[in-house]
Write a protein that binds this ligand. Sequence first.
Ligand SMILES: Nc1ncnc2c1ncn2[C@@H]1O[C@H](COP(=O)(O)OP(=O)(O)OP(=O)(O)O)[C@@H](O)[C@H]1O
Ligand SMILES: [Mg+2]
Length: 146
Amino acid sequence: MVYYTKCDKETEECGRALAQRLSDAGCRRALIAMRGEMGVGKTAFTRGFASYFGIDGVRSPTFTVVNEYHGKANIYHFDMYRITDGDDLYSIGYDDYIEKDGYSIIEWSENIEEYLPSDAIFVKISRTVGDESKREIVIDYDNSCI
Ligand SMILES: Nc1ncnc2c1ncn2[C@@H]1O[C@H](COP(=O)(O)OP(=O)(O)OP(=O)(O)O)[C@@H](O)[C@H]1O
Ligand SMILES: [Mg+2]
């Protein structure tokens, strides 16, 4: 699925729509692997996703690696920008988190490619040429839940 957005609110809306889709499908646990360069809108997408579950104020977890939110669903929001190997992942409890009830949303998932499960939902956000605030969002998955 491909979407185009023109501002951060529209990207949030796109995240919210994915949350609704998972929720409607009864899919209580999923890993969303976000890809895309700095400042492209990964946190905006996550903010919208979380808002569907009544969670407000999602901000980038850059300095903490993972932020945990508990609303109508649990959300584990990771920023893997500084994660470079499996030892780092182990020390933040990644393996345990992704087995928990709820949604793991991972910024900079490019950095942990080999540790992503095969049923991950990939969300790739890219800038488009010519328009400063236009984004292309590609959502791609092989997940029997949705
Ligand atoms: N269509 C758009 N969608 C999302 N954000 C947009 C869009 N157009 C402009 N922006 C701006 O781009 C920025 C996106 O910031 P955001 O923190 O969501 O990016 P990020 O991908 O999480 O960055 P980082 O890699 O630093 O974590 C915001 O300043 C936002 O206002
Ligand atoms: Mg971010």
